[in-house]
Design a protein around this ligand. Structure first.
Ligand SMILES: Nc1ncnc2c1ncn2[C@@H]1O[C@H](COP(=O)(O)OP(=O)(O)OP(=O)(O)O)[C@@H](O)[C@H]1O
Length: 262
């Protein structure tokens, strides 16, 4: 899935929260999104999940099934836990039999058994968060977006979050997780994005400071699109041969290479 030149402001004349963000997350990849309070992490996640529409730019190739877990589960709804999850399963397109089976499985897995007939508004924050997690995975998501998923969860449920992430990745899905408490360590192998001043920068993986230079041959007509894609994937395009000026080259030129990946 791609965000291409995405900008967002909440109001017509309001400040740009995100500007010209181009990022890509591939199938089977997890990304942890960091940044200070108010930097725009939730905004980025909501754009990826399709909860917000970009003010500018496009979101491309979003998987058909998106699981979205907001930072705070909206518990002010007149449903019991069972009733809510069953309704969400039906909305997600599950048959009545699959709905019953799936809801039971997630209720058991998340330890929600004692709360099945309790109304959402009467749940503690942590238990409501578990309901929020369950509704996002009733159908295996191609993209799972978790906004601060560890907030308010008990120890057992905190351990479950990385398991859910691994299961989505193993099924070929992608996962985006925001984290301002440094729980990233629970998701080894995840990429890290940092939201700073309306932009998204990728933190290089630790221990991978060494870079390699790769030369590519590209039909001239495909050059702008190829350069854009390489950059979106986090590569540094150092130099383009065979045309007068590199399209917005971002790094220092090194030797005779054309397209260069980090
Ligand atoms: N619905 C909204 N209307 C107007 N401004 C908003 C809205 N939601 C967020 N903002 C503003 O957008 C900016 C980014 O907010 P966002 O919630 O995306 O940041 P965040 O990095 O997730 O913060 P936190 O770590 O505190 O959750 C902030 O200045 C915030 O006040």
């Amino acid at each position: 899935m791609w965000l291409e030149d995405v900008g967002l402001r909440y109001h017509r004349r309001g400040p740009w929260v995100l500007r010209q963000v181009t990022v890509r997350v591939a199938a089977g990849e997890a990304v942890v999104v960091g940044g200070r309070n108010g930097a725009g992490k939730s905004t980025l996640l909501q754009l990826a999940a399709g909860v917000l529409r970009p003010s500018r730019g496009r979101v491309l190739d979003r998987p058909a099934v998106v699981g979205w877990v907001p930072e705070r589960f909206p518990a002010e709804q007149p449903f019991t836990v069972d009733g809510y999850l069953a309704a969400m399963a039906r909305i997600a397109g599950l048959s009545p039999a699959a709905t019953e089976r799936t809801v039971r499985r997630w209720v058991d897995r998340l330890g929600l058994g004692p709360f099945r007939t309790v109304r959402l508004a009467q749940l503690s924050k942590g238990t409501a968060q578990k309901v929020g997690l369950a509704q996002a995975v009733l159908r295996p998501p191609g993209l799972l977006v978790l906004d601060e998923p560890w907030e308010g969860l008990d120890a057992a449920a905190r351990e479950l979050v990385p398991q859910l992430v691994d299961e989505v990745l193993a099924d070929g899905g992608s996962v985006l997780v925001s984290d301002h408490r440094g729980e990233t360590v629970r998701l080894p192998g995840a990429r890290e994005w940092l939201v700073v001043d309306g932009a998204v920068v990728e933190r290089p993986p630790s221990g991978e400071a060494a870079v390699a230079v790769v030369e590519l041959e590209v039909p001239v007509g495909q050059l702008p699109a190829t350069v854009a894609r390489l950059r979106a994937e986090g590569h540094h395009v150092l130099r383009v041969r065979g045309q007068s000026a590199p399209p917005e080259a971002t790094g220092p030129a090194t030797g005779p290479s054309s397209e260069v990946a980090r």
